[in-house]
Write a protein that binds this ligand. Structure first.
Ligand SMILES: O=C(O)CCC(=O)C(=O)O
Ligand SMILES: [Fe+2]
Length: 246
């Protein structure tokens, strides 16, 4: 069985009745169908794909360069983060991009947030945010601070795994998105994370302060199992939970 494929251009011609019936069937019997000849130029679809691929390649390179910069600052051997995230190149790191749209909220009296406070689970997050509509805030010294829109900048933040590998030197930071009453906010967030099969633990180096952390060693996949249930909660119980698994 395959879900229905419908030629949308036939809606305009002599096969209109059959096409209407196909769409009706798609809606009634399946709730899913594929449109071909839908009017969106093929050239545009290909351009979208090509642009996404190009963006992904460049942002991934930037993430790796940033991790090397952090290694240098932490006095860690070059490649420490990538090696941990990939099990010394045995696995691919996870790299994914999420495009979000925050529409204007007509009832700010009822809704305060577009995205609830959380720290990110993974490694390095690279955010291409709206250059006009703000709303992203980070928790800095107990206060919410705006991440001011800055045209063509890429916002970087580090996730829970950088905190573990750096043994607490680089803490993942709480952030949230406020709802806004006017303007559509768009953001493109890319996540450079360990493979789910990667073993994560504090790196050993004299520059990494031994006293800050006491972080566990765990499988990143196990961490994600905990994270999906506890994303909007403090991170410390997540570290405790994966400690208990081993
Ligand atoms: O959309 C944004 O600006 C932030 C998104 C975010 O924090 C996340 O997806 O983890
Ligand atoms: Fe986030």
């Amino acid at each position: 069985m395959a879900i229905p494929v419908i030629d949308f251009s036939k809606l305009e011609g002599k096969e209109r009745a059959e096409t209407l019936a196909q769409i009706d069937n798609g809606c009634q019997q399946w709730g899913f169908f594929q449109l071909v000849n839908h009017g969106i130029p093929v050239e545009l679809l290909e351009r979208v794909k090509k642009t996404m691929r190009e963006y992904r390649t460049e942002v991934k390179k930037l993430a790796e360069k940033l991790m090397e910069t952090m290694e240098e600052n932490l006095g860690l051997e070059k490649g420490t983060f990538k090696n941990q995230f990939t099990g010394n190149d045995e696995h691919e790191p996870f790299f994914g991009t999420k495009v979000s749209h925050y529409p204007p909220c007509p009832r700010l009296d009822l809704v305060e947030l577009g995205l609830r406070p959380h720290t990110d689970a993974g490694g390095v997050i690279l955010l291409f945010q709206d250059d006009r509509v703000g709303g992203l805030q980070i928790l800095k010294d107990g206060e919410w601070v705006d991440v001011q829109p800055l045209a063509n900048a890429i916002i970087i933040n580090t996730g829970d795994q950088i905190e573990v590998v750096s043994n607490g030197r680089y803490k993942s930071v709480w952030h949230r998105v406020l709802a806004t009453g006017n303007g559509n906010r768009r953001s493109v967030a890319s996540f450079y994370n360990p493979s789910v099969k990667a073993v994560i633990c504090p790196a050993s180096a004299s520059a990494v302060d031994e006293t800050t952390g006491a972080y566990p060693e765990f499988l990143f996949g196990d961490y994600m199992d905990v994270y999906v249930k506890q994303k909007y909660m403090p991170k410390e119980p997540r570290f405790e939970a994966v400690k208990a698994i081993n």
